[in-house]
Design a binder for this molecule. Structure first.
Ligand code: C5P
Length: 236
């Protein structure tokens, strides 16, 4: 898959989601559906969005024993999503089991990525609450390396970490990066942010953008601006 902008659809109902999507009459953006919408509306929401022609990143961040994750992934694979994820903290065996569950009998499967450390986890919390006495950066890179060993396709990380992740895991290892804001936009609760153009420069493969698009006065114009800045004016 080539570089793309993924819109984080953090809506809590189908009605709000479709009111947002109805504004896109020309493009079919790649969408991220999270726990809130999935738990509210169930798997049917995924099928409905697919029927409208969108690619889907189903962001459920699975983390359980390998056998449970394997079986859950087989269910998600049947939903025909394009991208899904697990927590790398579940260990290499859990990630291998996830990959196995996701792979269909014909050998095809959605892309699978892992969350390293959540961006809401500070180094202090990781060390004090989780008793992981290393630097956050070291842990992120170690978890990314584990993800690669397990055979997954990439990780969710900050755009600021994308370069070092690729140094450790190779240039084809995908980096999917939230925390993106326009230069003249509001940061909101995100702390370590970059612009779409900077994310491209730092090597992100996919940027995940929510509020700068979903809360914009003109979401379609904001999406086009984001695509244009991220792809360097190549396709828009
Ligand atoms: O609105 P905003 O652009 O901040 O949305 C970013 C999206 O990416 C949200 O859905 C958020 O949950 C998700 N995310 C994140 N940081 C991570 C992992 C996911 O912001 N480390």
């Amino acid at each position: 898959m080539s570089k793309d902008v993924i819109i984080a659809c953090d809506f809590n109902s189908k009605k709000d989601l479709f009111a947002f999507l109805d504004q896109f009459t020309e493009e079919k953006p790649f969408l991220k559906i999270g726990m809130e919408l999935f738990y509210a509306e169930g798997p049917a929401i995924v099928k409905e969005i697919k029927a409208r022609g969108h690619k889907i990143f189903l962001d459920l961040k699975l983390h359980d024993i390998p056998n449970t994750v394997k079986k859950a992934m087989a269910v998600l694979s049947n939903l025909d999503v394009d991208l899904c994820n697990v927590h790398a903290a579940g260990t290499i065996s859990m990630m291998e089991a996830a990959l196995e569950g996701l792979t269909r009998p014909d050998g095809t499967r959605p892309l699978l990525i892992a969350v390293t450390q959540l961006t809401s986890t500070s180094e202090e919390r990781m060390q004090n609450d989780l008793l992981i006495n290393r630097s956050l950066n070291e842990v992120v890179l170690h978890y990314a390396a584990n993800t690669k060993i397990a055979g997954l396709d990439g990780v969710v990380c900050s755009p600021l970490e994308a370069g070092t992740v690729k140094e450790v895991c190779g240039k084809d290892f995908l980096t999917i990066t939230p925390g993106v804001r326009f230069a003249d936009g509001e940061a909101g609760d995100q702390v370590r942010i970059t612009t779409p153009a900077k994310a491209r420069e730092l090597g992100s493969d996919y940027i995940v953008v929510g509020r700068p698009i979903t809360q914009a006065d003109n979401p379609v114009a904001a999406y086009r601006r984001c695509m244009n800045e991220f792809l360097g004016g190549e396709t828009v």
